[in-house]
Design a protein around this ligand. Structure first.
Ligand code: BGC
Length: 724
């Protein structure tokens, strides 16, 4: 391949090579001479093959949003969806799908959160890697986006995300790192925004040092559509392809920059070579198979991503003999996705009411409220009257399509007042109310303690209506778990005071304490915690065994479905540092998860492997991941707040702490030199029980001991503390 790339490059003039660094139109690359054209289309929720930028696209299966997919906590489902999208892309002559988006949900207000997986980088990275595997198994490339820190829509094309190095490495980059290392995506899309002042589209550190040199990425970097600011700086940084094209002015700028020596031909060739390499890869992909209908694949996944947040008295699943009233316009027109570049033209859309009537023909219906939020007493009264005829009332409340979109963040977490008023009134009037909340991100539920059941359904694609019916009537278990914390109120959220930031920059002041890391540390009770989700059946976790070998720990267990229906248990593994001291750390972090399918009475095994990275933080001085020696609690649970196993392990770690003359006595006394230091201090008449002494650095001891301790004594202590 390298040889053909070089040969083709040699056949091009400087002008042609510069021109190759931008597209031909909205979606494809230029194809000079023998170089094939690359065709790209949006994902991530299906193929959006549009002729011009925001034109209506050709019909394709509209799959669950990544927010819904993440709630399945099922890596094989992520792969299934990726595979289905890849195969539809291939059959539509699309070479690269612009997906998945793996940005971290920093605030629930993020307008594009429905397009992203999680607030947690481990969950996002694992799911995204399998999605990419699925897409690329079909001979279609994936484009992991938006690299990096595109965690808000407000001023997304200019804002600087100002973030500290640990938060960057521990929260915002790992999902990308996992996808690059584990799934080798064909392309990466750089983000619009700046990172600590430098546009991502010309960020050498991000696009070359971290992405290629550290993580070994060997594919193509494409700009987000319109993200290029200074094309020469972009080429120097490693931004290969500018989209959309043609960017004739930038082509001229590049030609001149090479001619007058501001840009080396070598840097330009590197970018052009990667465009040619991708074009050859796309041309070499297997012949497309005829399109298949993936409606049922989407339906299965949609049900498995629905989260049963509450189910008092086992009101769900419904029994067909019950008289059921469905209330809310989303029952007729479900919100299956959000606005912007991920909007797919579905091949068909399941209507929840019709799908419920397949299982239970007499379901009553009332619209109840208007989706634009305008009060309508006639609809309100009709809904109460309809509810009065039923044994169980199912209300579908949530955010409209317009309220969740690329390009704009929300400015509050509320549902429209007309919806809250109706849910309140229905709960006051009826004892059996189920609320289905359909929203691409958390909303405040001020009435959450009133209905017996709450089902959270993120926008789940064209078969969402069928999946809702499956779940309500127990044909399927709603086996989702939340991939993000649902807060009680906006003011509790980690970046509340610093989202969406100022005119030029947004400060990521909460550092690594994003999502549950924040709620845990602040002891804030969320409405529903990260990882939460109930089941229609019950599970038992037994025979938990662990084997430790240095920093490597393996845990296996048996999981039994002790109920009478098929169910899908999810086990989550968290690591909780126990008083480790090098840097402040989250109280616990997700480091593993698995999901099973168990029929009633069935038992199966799960195994989890932890390694040094599972215990590590990013050391900003060493510029590497380090596991501090010490004790860590490993927790196995069914959410971030509910555990069935906690076991402490002491690990050797990967580093030893280094002490200096600036280390206070309180750091040194608990170490191997503690006894010797105590003796020396005693002889020198220094009383370590006085707090002001304990916090003294070694270098000040000669002064505190009236010269009885010498600088050489301090050097000796440091030498001993750092040895062995
Ligand atoms: C979005 C990308 C998308 C691209 C092409 C941009 O506005 O940020 O996610 O792939 O448009 O539609």
């Amino acid at each position: 391949m390298q040889e053909s790339v070089e040969k083709l490059l040699k056949s091009l003039s400087l002008e042609e090579k510069c021109a190759l660094l931008s597209g031909a139109d909205a979606w494809s690359t230029k194809a000079p001479g023998d170089i094939p054209q690359i065709n790209m289309s949006d994902g991530p929720h299906g193929v959006r093959k549009a002729r011009v930028m925001m034109d209506a696209a050709d019909p394709a299966t509209c799959f669950p949003t990544l927010a819904a997919l993440a709630c399945t906590w099922d890596k094989s489902r992520a792969e299934d969806i990726g595979r289905a999208i890849g195969s539809e892309a291939a059959s539509m002559d699309v070479d690269v799908i612009l997906a998945p988006g793996v940005n971290i949900k920093r605030s629930p207000l993020g307008g594009r959160n429905f397009e992203y997986f999680s607030e947690d980088p481990y969950l996002a990275g694992q799911m995204a890697a399998r999605y990419v595997d699925g897409v690329q198994s079909q001979g279609v490339g994936a484009s992991v986006k938006h690299f990096a820190l595109n965690s808000q829509e407000t001023r997304r094309m200019s804002i600087s995300a100002d973030v500290d190095e640990r938060a960057l490495r521990e929260i915002y980059l790992p999902a990308f790192e996992t996808v690059i290392r584990e799934a080798s995506p064909w392309t990466v899309m750089c983000a619009y925004n700046r990172l600590n002042g430098v546009f991502c589209s010309e960020n050498y550190r991000l696009l070359t040092q971290i992405l290629r040199e550290e993580w070994g990425f060997d594919g193509l970097v494409v700009s987000d559509w319109g993200a290029v600011v200074d094309r020469v700086e972009g080429v120097k940084a490693g931004l290969d392809l500018e989209m959309p094209g043609p960017a004739d002015e930038n082509t001229l700028i590049l030609i001149n920059a090479v001619r007058d020596g501001r840009l080396s031909e070598k840097d330009m060739d590197a970018c052009a070579g990667r465009v040619v390499a991708l074009a050859l890869k796309c041309a070499g992909a297997p012949e497309a198979r005829p399109p298949r209908n993936h409606h049922m694949t989407a339906r299965r996944c949609a049900a498995e991503g629905m989260v049963l947040a509450k189910n008092d008295g086992g009101l769900l699943p419904l029994i067909p003999a019950q008289r059921v009233a469905l209330i809310g316009p989303f029952g007729m027109e479900p919100v299956i996705g959000g606005g912007g570049s991920s909007t797919v033209t579905p091949t068909k859309v399941d209507v929840p009411l019709e799908e419920m009537r397949v299982y239970d023909p007499p379901v009553f219906y009332a619209k109840g409220f208007r989706t634009d939020g305008t009060p309508d007493d006639a609809l309100f009264n009709e809904a109460l009257a309809t509810a009065a005829k039923a044994d169980v009332v199912v209300v579908m409340a949530g955010l409209s399509f317009e309220a969740q979109t690329e390009g704009a963040d929300r400015d509050n977490l509320s549902l429209p007042a007309v919806q809250n008023r109706l849910v309140d009134a229905l709960c006051d009037a009826h004892k059996n109310v189920v609320v289905i909340v359909t929203a691409g991100a958390p909303v405040e539920l001020p009435w959450a303690n009133k209905p017996k059941a709450i089902l959270i359904a993120y926008p789940a694609g064209q078969s969402m209506g069928g999946a809702i019916a499956d779940v309500l009537y127990g044909i399927k278990e709603p086996s989702g778990r939340l991939a993000e914390t649902w807060p009680v109120r906006l003011e509790d959220t980690p970046c509340h005071l610093e989202f969406p930031g100022g005119a030029d920059a947004v400060r990521y002041g909460e550092g690594v304490f994003v999502g549950y890391r924040w709620y845990d540390g602040r002891k804030l009770a969320p409405l529903f915690p990260f990882g939460h989700g109930l089941s229609y059946t019950t599970f038992q976790f037994t025979d938990i065994n662990s084997v430790q070998n240095g920093n490597d720990i393996t845990i296996d267990l048996k999981v039994t479905n002790t109920g009478s229906r098929t169910g899908r248990p999810v086990v989550q593994v968290y690591v909780a540092p126990q008083g480790t001291a090098y840097v402040p750390r989250p109280l616990q972090e997700l480091k593993g998860f698995e999901k099973l399918r168990l029929s009633a009475g069935e038992t199966a095994h799960m195994t989890f492997s932890l390694d040094a990275r599972s215990f590590s933080y990013y050391d900003v001085n060493k510029t590497e991941w380090v596991a501090e020696p010490g004790t860590y609690e490993v927790r196995l649970g069914t959410s971030s707040r509910s555990f069935f196993y906690k076991q402490k392990f002491t690990i050797p770690g990967t580093v030893r702490r280094q002490f200096t003359v600036h280390s206070p006595l309180s750091d040194l006394l608990p170490t191997q030199v503690g006894d010797k230091l105590r003796m020396m201090l005693g002889e020198a008449g220094v009383d370590i029980s006085i707090p002001i002494v304990a916090s003294t650095p070694l270098r000040a001891l000669p002064m505190f001991s009236n010269g009885r301790m010498k600088p050489a004594d301090c050097d000796e202590i440091i030498r001993l503390a750092n040895s062995g």
